[in-house]
Design a binder for this molecule. Structure first.
Ligand code: DMJ
Length: 597
């Protein structure tokens, strides 16, 4: 009987799909872009919606892991106790705030005009693209920025648009569960929390999407599929998690799913992500670099130990970022997240963070990459990625929350390392990926050109293949000139800047932690540079080369520009109690979730 009932549901879902796909009833990306009559629009959506709760799970969970319960633990305050500011100081701050708000508005208007309800505006051609499921990524990702910047009317208009979006299906055959979670579920929940539940539809839509994504966890071991051909789930096809998936895609769904459980009381979301944490925690010390997890892991076998690359950069980053944040989100009621953080930071201080030699002999740190760990060619790759720039903020929060005051200095030095990567470039904007000279002798990190050239001459593999007869030092100098490098940098592997937030994110967090006003000045310099080189008639664009003072623009503005980058720039100049770190915790896409009081 149960079998037949299940078949009937599958057939019904399949029929709805045929209608949806072959008769083109709905607009692109599950959105009703062309409908003008809101009542007709709503009726059409209802006809095509998939009720994911009615789609049977092949591998249902037998007993749910509950949210940690009890009275929230006493967690030390994160924010500095700011005093009164001078009149002149206030004026300067407000002028800066206004400039950032204007820049935001320019981008948002461009999105409204050319790409409303699509994922992204293309800032050179004034068109749009849909690479994130087609549910209006920029719209959802930007909701809480509108609220923060006091644009309440725009916020209400945006929420009314959100109401019409159908999150139960997508025009994209494959969706990234990670991106959908951090940008959309995070965006909806952040806006819901910040507006203090005044717009229940935001939660309703987050649940709609959460229920859709939950089907990606319907695998034999309950590990989610990260790049998900979601239609398979509607027809009851067997699904299995990937054998080689980025560890961040797996480990950074936790805050959003946990918040869903907190707000709805439905344990299934938390259960889904806690299973991942339990697996990671169990294997934390069995990896090649105990304390950390490799870049790629086998989710199908739940083996998180094999690979040999370790970094806080692309594909790993937010896994680590979420340990202290998840701890805050559950009110300190789980020691597991603390332990995972402590293991990580111990390994990172020993193996990953390095001091780059630099002309001004600044005592700074960069977060690098360990490669081929536990093999004969194990080495620290002294690369810095823009993506790793979140680490300063993470270590700062960890230092406060887990009472590790000695690490505040590490957090600051990591943040300063990213500021250095901005200041060293002719545009004043940090590159996507670079390499530097690590100081191997902590007793002497003094920069000299000789030392710099010597490193290049002895360490760069180009040397071996080169049959040039010139002595190595001469060739090193020629190499620096030919590649257009700046003292301290041995390579700038990717010269683009794609409007990323991580550097300003850490500057903002360290400002809120320390109250150090020089960080505001650094932030202002960074903002001015970014604003200057990325602005277009339509919005703001990525640029090809931060080492050129006439960088070519790229026709792309990712949603994190208005979701994260401009939000952090704004918040560092706002009153410090606007989204206080003692009241809210940001997900990796800068969406603030309310912390338990
Ligand atoms: C954002 O989507 C998130 O911050 C993510 O964790 C990393 N990449 C981008 C921004 O660079």
């Amino acid at each position: 009987m149960a079998y037949f009932r299940r078949r009937i549901v599958f057939v019904a879902v399949a029929l709805l799909f045929c209608l949806y796909h072959f008769h083109g009833i709905s607009g692109g990306g599950g959105l009703l872009q062309t409908q003008t009559d809101p009542i007709a629009a709503t009726q059409t959506i209802i006809k095509n919606r998939i009720d994911w709760n009615a789609v049977p799970q092949r591998y249902p969970v037998e007993s749910m892991i509950p949210l940690p319960s009890g009275t929230p633990a006493k967690i030390p305050n994160i924010q500095y106790k700011f005093g009164k500011e001078t009149k002149a100081g206030k004026r300067k701050r407000q002028e800066r705030l206004e400039a950032i708000r204007e820049s935001f508005l320019h981008s948002y208007r461009g999105y409204q005009k050319y790409a409303w309800l699509q994922d992204e505006v293309t800032p050179l051609s004034g068109e749009y693209k849909n690479g994130f499921g087609g549910w209006g990524a920029t719209l959802i990702d930007t909701l809480d920025t509108l609220w923060i910047m006091g644009m309440k009317k725009e916020f209400a208009i945006a929420v009314a648009a959100v109401e019409k979006i159908d999150f139960t299906s997508s025009d994209s055959k494959v969706i990234s569960v990670f991106e959908t979670t951090i940008r959309y579920v995070g965006g909806l929940l952040g806006a819901y929390d910040l507006s203090r539940g005044k717009y229940p539809v935001l939660l309703k839509k987050a649940v709609e999407l959460g229920d859709f994504l939950y089907a990606a966890f319907d695998t034999p071991n309950r590990m989610p599929i990260t790049y998900w051909e979601w239609e398979k789930a509607t027809s009851g096809e067997e699904q299995e998690a990937g054998t080689s998936v980025p560890v961040a895609d797996l480990g950074s769904l936790s805050m959003e799913f946990t918040r869903l459980t907190q707000l709805t009381g439905d344990p299934k979301y938390f259960d889904a992500v806690q299973r991942i944490y339990d697996g990671l925690a169990e294997q934390q010390n069995d990896t090649r670099l105990p304390g950390m997890w490799p870049l790629m892991v086998n989710a199908r076998k739940m083996d998180f130990t094999k690979d040999a690359t370790f970094t806080f950069g692309a594909m790993s980053d937010s896994l680590y970022e979420y340990f202290p944040k998840q701890y805050l989100l559950v009110g300190g009621l789980s020691e597991q997240y603390r332990k995972m953080y402590e293991g990580t930071i111990k390994a990172a201080k020993k193996h990953i963070f390095f001091r780059p030699l630099n002309e001004e002999n600044r005592d700074i740190l960069v977060s690098g990459t360990m490669r081929d760990v536990a093999t004969q060619s194990e080495r620290l790759d002294p690369e810095g990625q823009h993506l790793t720039c979140f680490v300063g903020g993470m270590v700062g929060i960890g230092a406060k929350v887990f009472n590790r005051p000695e690490e505040l200095d590490t957090a600051r030095r990591l943040t300063d390392g990213c500021i250095w990567s901005y200041e060293a470039m002719p545009t004043g904007i940090g590159p996507e990926i670079f390499r530097a000279v690590p100081c191997l002798d902590p007793g002497d990190c003094t920069f000299s050109l000789d030392r710099y050239y010597h490193w290049i001459a002895t360490d760069m593999h180009y040397r071996e293949e080169d049959e040039d007869e010139d002595p190595p030092l001469t060739r090193a100098k020629a190499f620096v000139k030919e590649m257009g490098l700046f003292p301290g940098f041995t390579e700038i592997r990717e010269r683009k800047y794609i409007l990323r937030p991580e550097a300003i994110e850490s500057v903002f967090i360290m400002y809120r932690i320390t109250g150090d006003k020089t960080l505001q000045d650094k932030a202002w310099d960074m903002f001015q540079a970014v604003n200057r080189y990325t602005r277009t008639d339509v919005a703001h664009a990525s640029i090809e080369d931060v080492t050129s003072t006439h960088p070519r623009k790229i026709d792309s503005m990712e949603s994190f520009w208005t979701a994260e980058t401009l939000k952090y720039y704004y918040l560092i100049f706002a009153e410090p109690d606007l989204v206080s770190l003692d009241d809210y915790v940001f997900n990796t896409e800068a969406h603030p979730f309310k912390r338990p009081s």
